[in-house]
Design a binder for this molecule. Structure first.
Ligand SMILES: Cc1ncc(COP(=O)(O)O)c(C=O)c1O
Length: 397
């Protein structure tokens, strides 16, 4: 079939592909230790579900304004100010169909062929493809495990060219869990300002940071507004991945352009989900520390367990809910298990019934992404299977 160049430039999200493959095996009755999904395993809090039920009964089931209902735009701006010390008004906020949609739309209105977009690696799988879809060129900047995968201002500066228009900074990072320290983030903003580059902060994991890291937004920096765009989502913070509500905060003219794009594409995000998100943004946040405490326990166990497996090295992620071990020892030499981590992930699913995503998809050859948004019991089971798989390989070597 003849398709457009722009659709041929991108691939199906590799994380979605892993989830599909794991689901197919589960449907056949296999017990899979599933470290694939990047979503909380906790239910959406009751008061949020209740708000959606009330919205249905109250017939809030019609079109809403394209950019979201005004009370939600106000609530998101107020929540962001309260939680992350920013200073946005409702007119500087647009409600989207999840954070991914927010990123896609911002890229669509800001960059095009001939532009460059800096993406620190390891990166979330969708960043490069969203950029490629617009016709712009992704430019990767490596971060390192030794530095906790923090993004560094000097590395960003080196990657700038006259064509650079946007930098996408995701902290805490999916897949590495890396957190960029606030003072470094400020330096990066100064570089962006000097070079007239937009700084897009993807804050989807803002509230999943482990001690001593704290939730941080670059929008808290003085005079940040003219160069900063904030992307956020209720997906992770409120365990609401399926509801599909995200947002963009930024200068009003940009928000107007985003609303124009939505008016000719998705129209408004689902009305009922918007009322649920309104309850999330205005109600209690007491489930967040409960989830975080549980993730902290799991993080400790999984990092310890991974480091006990032959040929596997794993640092402490500073945030999010992913462990990102280096398994490159198993990918080289005469006893290499696979040619790359994509092949290794397929082997692990087929031979060990463990679902995870190879680092190649995230611009990190030699690494695996393991989501620990699953129970400690399942983590123990997954660790046992990984240990058996890699120990056997080691014994054969
Ligand atoms: C780094 C990052 N940004 C944005 C998103 C988008 O999430 P959603 O579209 O569910 O809001 C995700 C989801 O996995 C993510 O990992």
């Amino acid at each position: 079939m003849k398709l457009t160049d722009r659709i041929n430039r991108i691939q199906i999200s590799p994380t979605a592909a892993v989830i599909t493959a794991a689901d197919q095996l589960k449907a056949k009755g296999l017990d899979i230790a599933d470290f694939g999904p990047g979503e909380p395993d906790f239910p959406t809090p009751d008061h949020i579900k209740q708000a959606a039920i009330e919205a249905i009964h109250g017939n809030k089931t019609k079109y809403t304004p394209t950019g979201g209902i005004m009370p939600l735009r106000e609530a998101i701006s107020a929540w962001h100010q309260r939680e992350l010390n920013s200073n946005y008004e409702a007119k500087e906020c647009v409600v989207t169909v999840g954070g991914k949609h927010a990123i896609f739309n911002v890229a669509s209105v800001l960059v095009q062929a001939g532009d460059e977009v800096i993406i620190p690696a390891p990166y979330w799988v969708s960043f490069p493809d969203i950029v490629k879809y617009t016709g712009a060129t992704p430019v990767y900047v490596q971060t390192s495990v030794e530095d906790g995968f923090a993004v560094r201002a000097d590395a960003i500066e080196k990657a700038l060219t006259a064509k650079t228009r946007l930098l996408i900074l995701n902290s805490p990072s999916n897949p590495s869990g890396g957190v960029t320290p606030p003072d470094e983030y400020q330096k990066i903003l100064a570089i962006c300002r000097k070079n007239n580059v937009w700084l897009m902060g993807d804050e989807c994991y803002s509230h999943f940071t482990y001690d001593p890291n704290k939730p941080f937004s670059i929008a808290s920096a003085k005079d940040s507004k003219d160069h900063v765009i904030i992307i956020g989502s209720v997906s992770k913070t409120f365990a609401m991945t399926g509801w599909r509500i995200g947002y963009t905060l930024g200068p009003a003219p940009l928000i107007q352009a985003l609303i124009k794009l939505q008016s000719q594409s998705t129209s408004n995000p689902t009305s009922i989900a918007q009322y649920a998100a309104l309850a999330a943004m205005t109600g209690t946040m007491d489930t967040v520390p409960v989830m975080l405490a549980e993730y902290a326990k799991r993080r400790k166990r999984i990092v310890e367990g991974l480091n006990a497996i032959p040929g596997v090295k794993c640092g402490q992620p500073g945030g999010a809910f992913y462990a990102f071990p280096d398994v490159s020892a198993h990918l080289s030499g005469p006893h290499a298990l696979a040619k790359d981590t994509t092949e290794l992930a397929t082997l692990l699913l087929d031979k060990a019934c463990v679902a995870l995503v190879g680092g190649d998809a995230f611009g990190a050859p030699g690494y695996l992404r393991i989501s620990y948004a699953t129970s400690l019991d399942r983590i123990e089971e997954g660790l046992r299977r990984l240990d058996r798989f890699f120990s056997r390989a080691e014994a054969a070597a």
